[in-house]
Design a protein around this ligand. Structure first.
Ligand code: FAD
Length: 403
C-alpha cells in the first residue's frame, strides 16, 4: 500500500520543463528512443519565442551576408534537409501534418548587391541552394513592378508555427501537462522532484530545462551559476493589410551589413487578412524605441523598398520579444544550439536552441548526452499526470492583437 504522497509521484526517466520548439522536439525524440518522459509547460505550447518566430527554416544563408561563411552557417546548413525529411514523412519525426507557408524564400536587394556577395552566391558551396531569378520568374509583389534589382531564390521552407506545434504535441499529449506552479525540491547536489499544481509530483532521473527566457529564473532558484543566460530583444512589426501578396524573404541593405535590412514573412490572420511580419535590422536596431516611432520608421521603410505598393489602409502593431540564449561575450549571437550539464545540480541539463531551425540539432545533442548517462526505462504512476490540465497551443501574435 502506497502512502498518499507516493501515489501521486510520477516517476520517469526525463522531465522536460518548457514546451516551446526545444521541449517539444526533445520530447518526440526521447519517447521515440524509448525513454519515459514528461513535458511540463506553465502556460501554452510555444507561448514565447516559438509562436513569435517567423517560421523560417533557414540554412543560415542570411548569416553569410557579409560574403563569407561564418560558424553559424556551418552548423545550421544541414538543418533544412533534416526538416524536409520530417515534412515528407521520412525523418526522425513525422511532420506531414505541419502546414508549409512557403516552399522557398527570396533575397532581394534594395540597392546594388556587393560584388563579393554576388560571387559568394554563385560559389560552389551554395550550388543548388541559391538561384538567381530571371525577371519573368520574379514572384509577387515584384512581378510586373518597377523593381530593377536582383532577386535570389533560396530553397528553404517557411512553416506555419501553430500547425507545427499541433503536429509535435498531438501524438504525445498524454505526456504533456500544464502546471503554473513548479516547486523544485532539491537535495545537496541533485533535484529530487518537481511538485506541480494539484500536488502532482514528478521524480525524474534527469531534468532538462528548455524554458527559453524562463530558464533564467529556474537557474537562480537552483543556485546554478553555469551555464548563464543572455537576452537579446527584437522589436518586430506587424502590418495587417488587404494586398494579395504573400512575401517571404530578406531584403539586403548595405553591402557590408552582416544581417538583412528587412525580413518579411506573411501569416494569415483569423479573419483571413494577411499580416506582413517584419524583422531584420528594423527589429534589431529599434529595441529602445516607442511603438509609434517604430511604426513610423517601418512605414518609411516599406515606402522606400516597395514604392509601388499602397499600405495606406493597413493596420500596424509592434511587439517586443526577447531571444533567450547561452551567454556570449559582448552579447553576440551564439553560433549553434546549446546544451550542457550544470555546475550545481548533477541531474539537470540546460538547453537553448538559439534558432527554431536548430531544434533538431539541440534534441540530438541532449539525446546523445542522456544516452551516455541513463538507459530507457518504464514510467511509474504515469496516469497521475492526468490530474493536471493540458496546455493549449499558443495564440499567434496577430490574433492577440486583431483576433
Ligand atoms: C521575433 C523572433 C523571430 C524568430 N524567427 C525565427 C525564424 O524565422 N527561424 C528560426 O530558425 N528561428 C527564429 N527565431 C528564434 C526561435 O524562435 C527561438 O530560437 C526558438 O523558438 C526558441 O525556442 P525555445 O523552445 O527554446 O523557447 P520558447 O519558444 O521561448 O519556449 C519556452 C517555453 O517554456 C515555457 N516556460 C518558461 N518558464 C517556464 C517554467 N518555469 N515552467 C514551465 N514552463 C516554462 C514558456 O511558457 C514557453 O512555452 C525567432 C525568434 C524571435 C524572437
Amino acid at each position: 500500500m502506497l502512502n498518499p504522497d507516493e501515489e501521486k509521484l510520477v516517476e520517469v526517466d526525463v522531465a522536460i520543463v518548457g514546451a516551446g520548439i526545444a521541449g517539444l522536439w526533445l520530447l518526440n525524440r526521447l519517447r521515440g528512443a524509448g525513454y519515459s518522459a514528461v513535458l511540463l509547460e506553465k502556460s501554452a505550447l510555444g507561448s514565447s519565442q516559438t509562436i513569435a518566430s517567423q517560421g523560417m527554416i533557414h540554412g543560415g544563408l542570411k548569416y553569410a551576408l557579409a560574403g563569407t561563411l561564418t560558424g553559424a552557417f556551418e552548423s545550421i546548413k544541414l538543418m533544412p534537409q533534416l526538416w524536409q525529411q520530417c515534412l515528407d514523412g521520412n525523418g526522425e519525426i513525422d511532420l506531414r501534418a505541419t502546414r508549409k507557408l512557403s516552399d522557398d524564400f527570396i533575397m532581394w536587394s534594395a540597392g546594388s548587391v556587393g560584388s563579393k556577395l554576388v560571387s559568394f552566391f554563385a560559389s560552389k558551396s551554395l550550388r543548388g541552394r541559391v538561384e538567381k531569378l530571371k525577371r519573368e520568374d520574379f514572384p509577387p509583389p515584384f512581378a510586373n513592378s518597377p523593381y530593377k534589382g536582383t532577386i535570389y531564390r533560396l530553397v528553404d521552407v517557411v512553416l506555419d508555427v501553430p500547425s507545427l506545434l499541433e503536429n509535435l504535441s498531438a501524438p504525445h499529449m498524454p505526456a504533456i501537462a500544464k502546471t503554473e506552479q513548479l516547486d523544485w525540491r532539491t537535495g545537496e547536489q541533485e533535484v529530487e522532484q518537481l511538485v506541480c499544481d494539484n500536488g502532482v509530483a514528478i521524480r525524474a532521473r534527469r531534468y532538462v530545462i528548455t524554458a527559453g527566457e524562463g530558464t533564467g529564473a529556474i537557474l537562480s532558484a537552483l543556485n546554478i551559476q553555469q551555464p548563464e543566460m543572455q537576452i537579446r530583444p527584437l522589436h518586430q512589426v506587424m502590418v495587417k493589410h488587404k494586398l494579395p501578396y504573400s512575401l517571404y524573404g530578406h531584403c539586403i541593405g548595405a553591402q557590408t551589413s552582416a544581417s538583412p535590412r528587412l525580413t518579411v514573412s506573411t501569416h494569415p490572420c483569423r479573419d483571413g487578412d494577411p499580416v506582413w511580419y517584419l524583422g531584420g535590422d528594423l527589429a534589431n536596431d529599434s529595441i529602445d524605441w516607442s511603438s509609434d516611432r517604430l511604426i513610423d520608421h517601418a512605414r518609411k521603410e516599406l515606402a522606400d523598398i516597395f514604392p509601388w505598393l499602397d499600405f495606406s489602409g493597413a493596420q500596424w502593431a509592434t511587439t517586443l520579444i526577447n531571444r533567450a540564449e547561452p551567454k556570449q561575450e559582448q552579447l553576440i549571437k551564439p553560433d549553434t544550439a546549446f546544451s550542457s550539464g550544470t555546475d550545481a545540480r548533477q541531474n539537470v541539463v540546460v538547453a537553448w536552441p538559439t534558432k527554431l531551425s536548430l531544434a533538431p540539432d539541440l534534441a540530438q545533442q541532449v539525446l546523445t548526452l542522456l544516452q551516455d548517462q541513463i538507459q530507457p526505462g518504464p514510467a511509474r504512476h504515469f496516469e497521475q499526470l492526468s490530474a493536471l490540465p493540458k496546455p493549449p497551443i499558443a495564440t499567434p501574435l496577430w490574433d492577440e492583437v486583431w483576433g
